[in-house]
Design a protein around this ligand. Structure first.
Ligand code: ATP
Length: 198
């Protein structure tokens, strides 16, 4: 089964792109959604996270307080590695299980932090949705209502654009309109169907 890892920085257009892949008939698997379901109450990963970080990472209803956990690991690389040690093998297992169940011609895994988490090896090809930083900032500000400082903080924590561009197999530049993005995805879809047939 041909597997594509779709990635890109915040607000680059991953959702618009992956929705179009799904519409065209690819199997789209969102790793953010998978990782959220893995930390639902009663899931083994949540028990392990609470054992590691203490009950303060739970909210009043016993659900994982993701914002609080994010703050805890933001400035603590060791804690972040331990959290990833719990989550990554489980996410990987869930991804492969979902892919194995699919009857689509190929699979698109949406992995926002693909480079940051070294998941290149998990997929056959890496597809980058690339966007100029000023466009990216404007779209994130319009969508999320964040100010410039907040956006800078997020961008600084993500892999820089040059590294992403150097490491991707396929690149879609998403600086123009939505219809241009859709056209680029349609072209890639044809390419991936060809590759899947080989
Ligand atoms: P995140 O990483 O935050 O989840 P994302 O990469 O999934 O973001 P989208 O949500 O797809 O990005 O796009 C970010 C915003 O930019 C959305 O409001 C979307 O509608 C808009 N957008 C995406 N592509 C274009 C485009 N080509 N032209 C205009 N607006 C766009």
């Amino acid at each position: 089964m041909l597997t594509i890892g779709l990635t890109g920085g915040i607000g680059s257009g991953k959702t618009v792109a992956s929705d179009e892949f799904a519409r065209l008939g690819a199997e789209v698997i969102d790793t953010d959604l998978l990782s959220r379901s893995l930390v639902e109450p009663g899931q083994p990963a949540l028990t392990e996270i609470v054992a590691l970080f203490g009950p303060s990472v739970l909210d009043a209803t016993g659900r994982l307080d993701r914002a609080h956990l994010r703050e805890k690991v933001f400035a603590d690389p060791q804690a972040r590695r331990e959290l990833e040690g719990i989550l990554h093998p489980k996410i990987r297992e869930a991804m492969l299980e979902r892919a194995a169940q699919s009857t689509a011609p190929y699979v698109v895994f949406v992995i926002p932090l693909l480079f940051e988490t070294g998941q290149q090896a998990l997929v056959d090809r890496v597809l980058l949705i690339d966007v100029a930083q000023d466009v990216q900032r404007a779209r994130v500000a319009a969508r999320d209502g964040l100010d410039a400082t907040q956006i800078t903080r997020i961008l600084q924590a993500q892999t820089d654009r040059a590294t992403r561009l150097a490491e991707a197999d396929d690149i879609v530049h998403n600086d123009a309109g939505i219809s241009d993005l859709h056209a680029a995805i349609a072209e890639l879809h044809r390419k991936y169907l060809d590759l899947a047939r080989q």
